[in-house]
Design a protein around this ligand. Structure first.
Ligand SMILES: Cc1ncc(COP(=O)(O)O)c(C=O)c1O
Length: 327
């Protein structure tokens, strides 16, 4: 769905080529889709020191730089974030909407982790809801596409390939073209469509499956929340690793402080240092992690992505093996 929307937005050559703003660290589908379409990737960095929050001044800076060589048209936001696990505040969402309105940017809100919110004081706010609460000045103007999927959280049904996109304020003629583009892909198999219907119309209190549904959903969410908090707690016990709170989604992107000797050895092997760390960890412990370099990170910083879903009570022992011993 995101690719279809991007396909519709990307055009031009040289200076007029469409630029799309994406967060760094990012979910690699975005950079791959932009490369595939020949669009210009405009990277904006999330603020690791502030729990991977989104800073409007960083957006402004990235946009001004990009205007020198392309035509910025869209801004993608992933909330809650993959791979960084942050949940955006309502204030931040409002600021993003004001920024998009001022800069005439099309907003793409990837909200596939909307049910995965765990941290105290954090709440999921959909871009559409906030947009409509900001008054006509914004709700009638800002173009927005929001995305959701059956593959996350308590649904967890990846194989069915179900999801939806909702667009607001799209020019009716453009919407006709979007419908054509979506139709070209044909529809997913019937079970996926039926499943999506259940996601958007969950069992109601007077229906037979209601109690089971609520119990299963509550249990799954409680387990995910427990794993999210254990992940942060356990990883922060490891010398050399700093992990921000897992506020939402299913991931964390802990920073690793590698000793200079390890960085040197990685360079000798022509490996990115965090790849070197992940390979060593795999060889020595069998633990397989994805290096941060695949998601993008500030120069000179190293990370890995960790799937909080897999944390369990015995991992304290396993995590002691993540230790960054001097080589
Ligand atoms: C941020 C984000 N957006 C979109 C997707 C794609 O979801 P789906 O599996 O429904 O295609 C994923 C999958 O991991 C994701 O992490």
């Amino acid at each position: 769905m995101c690719q279809t929307m991007l396909k519709l937005l990307v055009s031009g050559e040289g200076m007029s080529r469409t630029g799309v703003m994406i967060s760094i660290p990012q979910y690699p589908l975005y950079s791959a889709a932009l490369a595939d379409l020949g669009a210009v990737q405009i990277s904006y960095y999330l603020d690791e020191d502030n729990c991977w929050s989104l800073d409007i001044s960083e957006l402004r800076h990235a946009l001004q730089e990009a205007k020198k060589h392309c035509s910025p048209r869209a801004l993608c936001i992933i909330n809650p974030g993959n791979p960084t696990g942050q949940v955006q505040s309502r204030q931040c969402i409002e600021d993003v909407i004001r920024f998009a309105a001022a800069e005439k940017l099309f907003l793409m809100a990837d909200e596939v982790y909307q049910d995965n919110v765990y941290a105290d004081g954090c709440k999921f706010h959909s871009f559409k809801k906030v947009l409509f609460e900001m008054g006509l000045e914004y709700s009638e103007k800002v173009e927005l596409a929001s995305f959701h999927s059956t593959s996350k959280c308590y649904m967890g049904e990846c194989g069915f390939r179900g999801g939806y996109m909702e667009v607001v304020n799209l020019d009716p003629e453009v919407k006709v073209q979007l419908t054509k583009l979506v139709s070209v892909r044909l529809c997913p198999p019937v079970p996926g469509q039926a499943l999506l219907d259940v996601v958007v119309n969950p069992p109601q209190p007077d229906e037979p499956s209601y109690d089971t549904f609520i119990k299963e959903r509550t249990d799954t969410l409680a387990t995910l929340a427990e794993k999210a908090s254990m992940t942060q707690e356990i990883l922060n016990q490891v010398p050399g690793i700093k992990c921000n709170p897992v506020q939402g989604a299913m991931y964390t992107f802990p920073r690793i402080h590698l000793p200079p000797k390890a960085i040197l050895e990685a360079k000798e092997k022509a490996q990115v240092p965090d790849m070197f760390y992940c390979m060593k960890l795999l060889e020595e412990t069998g633990i397989c992690l994805v290096p941060g370099s695949g998601f993008g990170q500030r120069d000179g910083t190293y990370h890995f992505r960790f799937f909080s879903l897999y944390t369990n009570k015995n991992d304290e022992i396993k995590c002691s093996r993540f230790s960054l011993r001097p080589l």
